[in-house]
Design a protein around this ligand. Sequence first.
Ligand code: IPE
Ligand code: IPE
Ligand code: MG
Length: 229
Amino acid sequence: MRHLAVIMDGNGRWAEKQGRRREFGHREGAENLRTLCVLCRERGIPYLTVYAFSTENWRRPKAEVGALMRLFSHYFRKYAREMEAEGIRLRFIGERGDLPADVVRTMEEAEESSRDRTELQLVIAFNYGGRREIVQAAQRAARDMLREGLDPSSLNEEGFSRYLYIDDLPEPDLLIRTGGEYRLSNFLIWQTAYTELYTEECLWPDFGAFELDRAIADYKTRQRRFGDV
Ligand code: IPE
Ligand code: IPE
Ligand code: MG
């Protein structure tokens, strides 16, 4: 497996179950992403994309959104050195325009300083929406075609995918969603056309080596036909 994608869901429920605030769950969830990076490296998985904040998550109470924004910058400051030691390259997908300036600065610095690392590429979807990504790609493609006087019918799937946030990664082989839900919630809707889907009942902060290996074992039993026989 080359590319693993994860919808890290269930932080809020995890905290509420213990009578704690949802924000506490988000903190534990962020810590658990560190664990997942280590597990992926150990298993030789070179690309990991995780869903951290969706374009729909702005609907949540202001206090929770604020806590998630603060957690974001805090997290990358806290783990910058460790990620460097582990050779983790960081990239972010999503709309940066509506994010607080310090969050965008954190993203740019993390991307810039980690550019040459090769052990693991960690892609974090933050203020990400699959529909937004596709509409934005369509707009950019249309603009280019207008400027170059090209016929829109010259655009094919491969050409279009070059306009997505990241165009140099293989498509995810396996998508794991924790928290028991069977939906994509607007995550990587273009890229997962032929991805194997797996739902894990446990909540994200409880996801560890056992759950990951169980998901990978299940993935290995799948027959990927890609429309062929
Ligand atoms: C996922 O956990 C993290 C984010 C969406 C930011 P949730 O916060 O959605 O947790 P539940 O699903 O409410 O338990
Ligand atoms: C998806 O989880 C987004 C992230 C995990 C970042 P949600 O909790 O927002 O999804 P829904 O609302 O259950 O579909
Ligand atoms: Mg949720």
